[in-house]
Structure formats: C-alpha cells, structure tokens
Design a protein around this ligand. Structure first.
Ligand code: HEM
Length: 190
C-alpha cells in the first residue's frame, strides 16, 4: 500500500509540468504558443530521461531500493517527447512531405527523430512481459538510453540560437558523469 501512495505522489510530480503548461495555454498567456510549448516539453523529456538514468547510480548508493520508480520516470520522458513531437507535427500541418524534408535536411531534426524512434522502442519494451520475453537482449536494448541522451543533447545544442547557450553543456556534463559512473561504479564505490 505504501508503494502505491509513493507511486501516486511520483505520478503527480511528473505530471505537474504538463498541468502547468496546460494552464498557461488555457489562460492565453503564451505569446508564441508553438515555441513556448515545444521548448518546455523537449526540456522535460530530457530532464526525465536523465532522472531515469540517475536512478541506477542512486540505487547503488542508497540503503533502500528506488529501482521501482525508474520505469514511470522513463515513460514520462516518452510522454513529454510525444507532446514535443506532436507540436512539431501540428506546426507542419501534418504534411508528410514537409515533415520528411525536415527530417532529411535539417540535422538537428534528424537527431531528434532518431532519438524519438529509440525512445519509442524502449517505451514499448518496458512492460514486465517484454522484459521476460527479451531476457538478456532487454538489458542491451535499454542501454541505448545513453545514446538517446547524447542524440538529444546534440539536437538541443544544434537548435540553440546562440553558441553561448550553456544549457546543453550542463546536460552534457550531467550525462558524462552518469555514463562515467555507470562504467566505473565498482571502482568509485570501493
Ligand atoms: C521527431 C522528433 C523531434 C522533433 C521533430 C523535434 C523538434 C524540435 C524543435 C522544432 C525544437 C525547437 C527549435 C527552435 O526553437 O527553433 C526542438 C527543441 C528541443 N528538443 Fe526536440 N524534437 C524531436 C525530438 C526530441 C526528443 C526525443 C527530445 C528529448 C527527449 C527533444 C528535446 C528537445 C530539447 C531539450 C529542445 C530545446 C528546448 C529549448 O531550447 O529550451 N526533442 N525540438
């Protein structure tokens, strides 16, 4: 029962950026709705992606297990990525030719698209049934989360309007630390 309430609180926390965004949309506060929805949904997708990566090292350090929260955080990253992509599709008026041209010709869209496809694969294989069915291959597949993080950070860096935008660098540094921990955790914790 305690786990149920903990997961409910986590769900509300992860859902709240969406509710805040929805209230901004409904109150007509957005000056440039496309940009003001695209950017935060992309950022929340990336933040929750990195948060899901942080669960594994934290789980090794903490005296209690938090691994049971990882799937929900990862799925919320996918949820925000879906919203992010939907706004792009609306902006392109669902015109398949425009979308295809953008994916092929604008490198930052190519990377975002590749990251989304991989994230989609992780989301559909996140069920208990798929974990059992894929066995060892599941772990291998889900390691691609680090590749997704790198693709998204380059996507973020490339779309930035200024070279002085340090936000992608901060996310890159966090990813590097998480990746180093993942590789060297036995050494680091001894
Ligand atoms: C087909 C997939 C994707 C498309 C078409 C796409 C498209 C875009 C566009 C149009 C922008 C805004 C560019 C601008 O303001 O000029 C953007 C920014 C961004 N996207 Fe994506 N994206 C995709 C996938 C993803 C994914 C999977 C993530 C994260 C998991 C992501 C995270 C971001 C971030 C963090 C930004 C920067 C937001 C900011 O500047 O505050 N994108 N993307």
């Amino acid at each position: 029962m305690r786990i149920f309430w903990q997961k409910t609180v986590l769900f509300i926390l992860l859902f709240s950026p969406f509710l805040l965004l929805l209230s901004d949309i409904l109150s007509g506060n957005l000056i440039d709705p496309i940009e003001e929805i695209t950017n935060p949904t992309g950022q929340w997708a990336l933040r929750f992606l990195l948060l899901s990566l942080l669960i594994t090292p934290l789980n090794k350090i903490l005296p209690f297990s938090i691994i049971k929260y990882r799937r929900m955080i990862g799925l919320f990253s996918f949820f925000y990525a879906c919203l992010h992509l939907s706004i792009f599709l609306i902006d392109q008026q669902f015109n398949v030719a425009f979308i295809f041209e953008d994916v092929m010709k604008r490198p930052y869209i190519t990377l975002g698209f590749s990251a989304f496809v991989l994230l989609f694969l992780l989301a559909i294989t996140s069920t208990d049934k798929m974990v059992r069915r894929l066995g060892k291959r599941w772990k291998k597949l889900h390691k691609s989360i680090y590749v997704i993080a790198i693709l998204v950070i380059v996507h973020f860096y490339w779309q930035a309007k200024s070279d002085m935008d340090i936000e992608p660098m901060i996310y890159a540094l966090i990813t590097l630390l998480l990746l180093s921990f993942r590789i060297n955790w036995k050494k680091w914790l001894n």
